[in-house]
Ligand binder design. Structure first.
Ligand SMILES: [Zn+2]
Length: 332
């Protein structure tokens, strides 16, 4: 094989084994989710080769779970394991894994996982695995290793990750990872909300294309996370509230760039308000239908306008105008 062909083959193999990582960067003091990140995975092939051996010592229910085998290999060097198996969905099992120092977070997440899975299914529908591996890291290095990321920002509180999968199929190996600080900085309510946010990314991953607009992806995850919880508009969107009260209404849907850095808190809150507005003005099935169309490809204002006309029978400009009008009385 020529050098050029070898390089092509190597590149193609790497692409195939890329993990896609969605990161909920959480401002830990406020519990607000603020980021999305895509990171390639360089070590999946090696992990796959060791899955079988690592699964041997597990109990019957978990032995066939390749996700746990992968995670065990990564986290065993960081200390003794604590594992909780939880019934989720109809006849499915999910697993929460971590170390004794994180036992309280592990217990909270294990107690919330069944209800969180049901909450996501209630809105999204049952066409997702409903079986998730949740890992709690005990150190920044372990957190980064679980997400196959070398430079995870310190204010990321949780992230979800999926192995590559063929278009039109469901991802088979997904996990949600919580940072070592998540339990210390977030209340049980914050952990519950963040778990639901990440599970939404897991549930919707099969129909979500990398590069799709974060106002839809993150807004929908936030909407699912806060849905049916006793959270007021001010609880979820304090920054939006403060700005609208001083007359600063948004003039456009938040751009992808606004979901990183200092503008991220506002962008995440705005994204939630857009989805809350659509669910309120139209209904939740229309919100879900819109997600499926918007998340299915990269978009620009023209393509968004076309989809909005097809799904909601409105234009992009009218949606923004109606959203602005909807915001004002909620922040009064
Ligand atoms: Zn997110």
């Amino acid at each position: 094989m020529s050098t050029v062909r070898q390089i092509r083959a190597w590149l193609s193999a790497r692409r195939r084994f890329q993990f896609v990582l969605t990161v909920a960067m959480v401002m830990l003091l406020t519990g607000t989710c603020v980021g999305l990140l895509m990171v390639p995975n360089p070590i999946l092939p090696k992990l796959r080769a060791t899955q079988q051996a690592n699964a041997e010592s597990l109990g019957q229910a978990q032995a066939g779970d390749p996700r746990l085998a992968q995670v065990r290999r990564t986290i065993e060097p960081f200390g003794q394991l604590v594992t909780r198996v939880v019934a989720t969905g109809a006849g499915h099992e999910s697993v929460v894994v971590g170390h004794p120092a994180q036992r309280s977070e592990i217990d909270v997440l294990a107690s919330e996982l069944g209800a969180a899975t049901s909450a996501v299914t209630e809105l999204w529908g049952p066409d997702w695995a409903q079986s998730t591996l949740v890992a709690v890291a005990s150190a920044p290095a372990e957190f980064a290793a679980l997400l196959h990321s070398v430079d995870m920002p310190s204010d990321v509180a949780a992230a979800s990750i999926a192995e590559p999968f063929a278009p039109g199929t469901q991802p088979t190996a997904q996990r949600v990872v919580f940072s070592p600080d998540a339990g210390r900085r977030l209340s049980p309510d914050g952990l519950r909300t963040l778990l639901r946010h990440e599970l939404t990314h897991v549930a919707t991953r099969a129909v979500t294309v990398d590069g799709a607009p974060p106002w839809m992806l993150e807004g929908f995850a936030e909407y699912t996370a806060h849905r049916a919880q006793p959270h007021s508009f001010l609880d979820v969107a304090p920054t939006v509230t403060a700005r609208v009260r001083t007359g600063e209404l948004p003039t456009d849907l938040p751009s992808a760039a606004e979901f990183t850095g200092k503008s991220a808190v506002l962008a995440y809150e705005q994204a939630w308000t857009i989805c809350a507005f659509i669910a309120d003005r139209y209904d939740e099935p229309h919100l879900v239908a819109l997600y499926r169309r918007i998340a299915a490809s990269k978009q620009d204002p023209t393509s968004e306008d076309r989809i909005l006309q097809e799904v909601l029978q409105t234009t992009r400009a009218d949606l923004i105008a109606d959203w602005r009008a909807w915001l004002s009385p909620r922040t009064a």
